[in-house]
Write a protein of this length. Structure first.
Length: 294
């Protein structure tokens, strides 16, 4: 075997190995399961222990759950409270529902972030990095669940929301709200397992639950899943979101971005060069505008 044949064979082997390595890496990445939380609203008693645990874990405002009468009205999350429990009067009586970031599988806030300050972690939670944030707040207006909130009263405002206690997850712990729940309303684990449990409950008790799991398909799927005894629109959930991930709607725009960024400047540069060239030709031929002496 001469040197040329050896190099040719080596190149072919290398070209064959690279796809194998890439495929192996892709399979390893795909094997990593996102985690989430299953919320069974039929078990929630409105104790709001999750609110307190969340606030303590994130060094936020700790509500006085015994005296603040917060359940008297429907509340939204804020920059000081990443989760809230609301009470709804339904056809089957009172239902208590915990609300927080849904941690979408293909999050609109992540797709709209220009600098990757809002990011989808390999474990599943959607987190925010203040060192990267430009303060554009596109994440706030893009979220279909109206979750990210800005610290408007701070001299250095941050984007605040539930991050599923990402630091606790890295330490092998459950989210603080899940750990504090006394009624097993909240269950933490891989989404695949949570879906199996949710389906088993629905199929085993068809008269207890509506035959739907909120978060299974909404906006492409979310990290938080919900079971309910009544239709979800009766307990504050949007049911008009569809099943398409919101980032999919931005694809036509993103495809046009390279054309705008590179095509238009190139066109203008070309026109400028043609104009300069035309002027040079005219000057060499001794041409001047009418009424202008040479």
């Amino acid at each position: 075997m001469d040197r040329r044949d050896f190099l040719k064979i080596s190149a072919n082997v290398g070209a064959a190995v690279i796809p194998i390595k890439n495929a192996t890496a892709a399979n390893a990445k795909e094997s990593k399961e996102f985690v989430g939380v299953l919320v069974d609203t039929t078990r929630c008693i409105g104790c709001r222990s999750c609110e307190v645990a969340c606030s303590v874990a994130n060094d936020n405002f700790v509500p006085d759950i015994k005296a603040d009468n917060a359940l008297a009205k429907v509340r939204d999350t804020s920059d000081k409270q990443f989760t809230v429990v609301n009470r709804f009067k339904t056809e089957k009586g009172e239902v208590f529902v915990k609300r927080q970031c849904m941690h979408c599988w293909q999050a609109a806030c992540v797709a709209m972030c220009l600098v990757n300050a809002m990011a989808k972690t390999k474990e599943g939670p959607v987190t925010w990095d203040g060192d990267k944030c430009l303060g554009c707040r596109f994440c706030m207006v893009s979220c279909p669940f109206d979750i990210p909130k800005a610290e408007y009263l701070s001299w250095n405002p941050r984007i605040m929301k539930c991050h599923m206690c990402y630091e606790r997850l890295q330490a092998g712990k459950k989210p603080a709200c899940v750990e504090a729940c006394p009624t097993d309303t909240l269950m933490f684990g891989p989404k695949r397992q949570l879906m199996e449990i949710a389906r088993h409950r629905v199929y085993s008790h068809p008269d207890k639950y509506v035959h739907s799991i909120y978060g299974e398909h909404e906006v492409g799927g979310t990290g938080w899943l919900y079971l309910s005894a009544v239709p979800f629109d009766q307990i504050g959930f949007r049911t008009d979101l569809g099943t398409t991930p919101y980032p999919e709607y931005t694809k036509p725009f993103l495809v046009s971005v390279p054309l705008i960024l590179f095509g238009v400047p190139a066109l203008l540069l070309g026109l400028s060069e043609l104009t300069d060239r035309k002027k040079e030709v005219h000057e060499n031929q001794g041409w001047t505008k009418p009424g202008v002496e040479k």
